[in-house]
Design a protein around this ligand. Structure first.
Ligand SMILES: C[S@@+](CC[C@H](N)C(=O)[O-])C[C@H]1O[C@@H](n2cnc3c(N)ncnc32)[C@H](O)[C@@H]1O
Length: 232
């Protein structure tokens, strides 16, 4: 493994981005809505108890609350949590929110029917991702579901930055400078969820054949990644 010189100049962090409305995703993913409908079909309990892990600026926390469930959210970015709280308040909605790193368990003792983590869990080293997944497992009821998206080694950004461990890269520039990104192959992914039952394991592969410079700034299409639902 090469020795990496990681220079992290002062670039915008997630926290800074969440203080600027231009960088805030206002629409939830339809997949999250369908995931909640799936949970409603499995569990007769109402409300369901749900955790939006790495909730960001709150688009899914708000959706889950609008769907009349008991919602918990957590994220490392204080501004994301602040934005989520304001969004909830402005719509007369409620959720319990905490600033927390994914490697700590902010809701120890709370038993969730479902947990989701959209486009965030890969922002770490492999060991720390394992730790986060273990907290999710501990907090789920038996039969509870975890929906998560993770980066694939087939993704276009694979290999960018400095490889600090196998398949984990840290970029030196951009708003994610200094943030690790772990890319999974199938074996690694199956290993991460070896204690779980796979409900859905899907690799969504997108090949961009023609693009303009900086197309990703306004790209309406998805990127290559793993889409996973696992059951405790
Ligand atoms: C691409 S955003 C996704 C946010 C949200 N899940 C969504 O779909 O809108 C990635 C999120 O991961 C959060 N994040 C990154 N590293 C984290 C960590 N170590 N612990 C908790 N949250 C983290 C960021 O603050 C950011 O909110």
């Amino acid at each position: 493994m090469p020795v990496c010189l990681i220079i992290t100049p002062h670039m915008a962090t997630w926290n800074e981005l969440f203080s600027d409305e231009r960088f805030i995703e206002s629409l939830p993913q339809p997949e999250v809505y369908k995931f909640v409908r799936k949970l409603e079909g499995i569990f007769p309990d109402r409300p369901l108890i749900l955790w939006d892990l790495c909730c960001g600026a709150g688009r899914h926390t708000v959706l889950l609350s609008q769907m009349h469930h008991l919602v918990y959210g957590s994220d490392i970015a204080q501004n994301g949590i602040n934005h989520t709280q304001k969004w909830l308040d402005g719509n007369g909605l409620k959720a319990e929110l905490k600033v927390a790193d994914m490697t700590v368990n902010p809701y120890y003792g709370i038993h969730f029917h479902g947990v989701l983590c959209w486009d965030a869990l890969h922002h770490n080293t492999r060991e720390k991702i394992t730790k986060s997944v273990a907290h999710v497992y501990d907090n789920l009821v038996r039969g509870g579901l975890f929906m998560v998206t993770l980066l694939s080694i087939k993704g276009g950004a694979y290999g960018q930055g400095c490889e600090i461990e196998q398949n984990t890269f840290v970029k030196n520039d951009g708003f994610e400078a200094g943030v690790p990104h772990h890319y999974f192959d199938e074996r690694d992914l199956r290993d991460l969820f070896k204690a779980w039952k796979f409900v859905i394991l899907a690799e969504q592969v997108y090949s961009y054949l023609e693009t303009e410079p900086d197309f990703h700034l306004t790209n309406p299409f998805p990127y290559t990644k793993w889409n996973v639902i696992v059951q405790k």
